[in-house]
Design a protein around this ligand. Structure first.
Ligand SMILES: [Zn+2]
Length: 217
């Protein structure tokens, strides 16, 4: 019970903060939520979007899944729940930003890179889920065939973010709002080793460090 006790104490701190001193925030949030940003992040315990960004309750609508993947719009077999959450965030909440947040040392991407090895024999569901980013794996094996598994994994973690951004654009109303300039897509990468947050820069086709204006340095 030690671990659970820590979480209960944590909730008591949250309760004291938001239902004690900062009543104002929840007096509005009790009525509805109006987050302006959807984050699609990995389930990984080290990559908590709200904790990492200092977001308050009500600021981020968060979808988490293994390897922070977005299935394409037309993909009947996989994850209607994920697509329903994307649909709700974009059609009902009308978020203005979607951040696909990947990270280094991602177990899901490791499983994707190893899909002809232990992933196939060890898991029932992980292999078919991460195959959403199969295109990223193939690209890495084609472009970096002689690099170490660690270098290939990092490249695949970043390439998979781009696959998910691409898949977001396969949702017709998302493509429309991006074209109108009322919705912005972002690819972010949390480098756990360096403790840095990188963002995809379409001009350079690279992930680079972010500054506080949201611009790539
Ligand atoms: Zn991960």
């Amino acid at each position: 019970m030690k671990d659970i006790g820590k979480f209960i104490t944590g909730f008591e701190r949250f309760q004291a903060k938001y239902f004690g001193e900062e009543q104002g925030l929840f007096s509005q949030l009790r009525q509805n939520q109006k987050p302006r940003t959807l984050v699609i992040a990995c389930c990984d315990s080290r990559v908590d979007p709200a904790m990492m960004t200092g977001a308050d309750p009500g600021e981020l609508f968060v979808i988490r899944n293994v390897a922070n993947l977005v299935p394409p719009y037309r993909h009947e077999a996989q994850a209607p729940g994920i697509r329903a959450a994307i649909e709700f965030a974009t059609k009902s909440l009308e978020v203005e930003h979607i951040i696909v947040l990947g990270h280094s040392s991602c177990g899901g991407i490791h499983a994707l890179m190893d899909c002809e090895g232990s992933t196939h024999t060890h898991y029932e569901f992980v292999g078919s889920w991460v195959s959403i980013a199969q295109r990223a794996r193939e690209q890495v094996l084609r472009e970096l065939p002689h690099k170490s598994p660690a270098v290939q994994a990092r490249a695949c973690e970043q390439a998979a973010i781009l696959v998910s951004l691409d898949n977001l654009l396969s949702f017709p109303w998302i493509q429309e709002r991006v074209n109108q300039g009322s919705l912005f897509l972002h690819g972010w990468y949390f480098d756990i080793d360096a403790g840095e947050l990188l963002a995809y820069n379409a001009q350079t086709s690279m992930f680079s460090a972010l500054n506080s204006d949201g611009l790539v340095e």
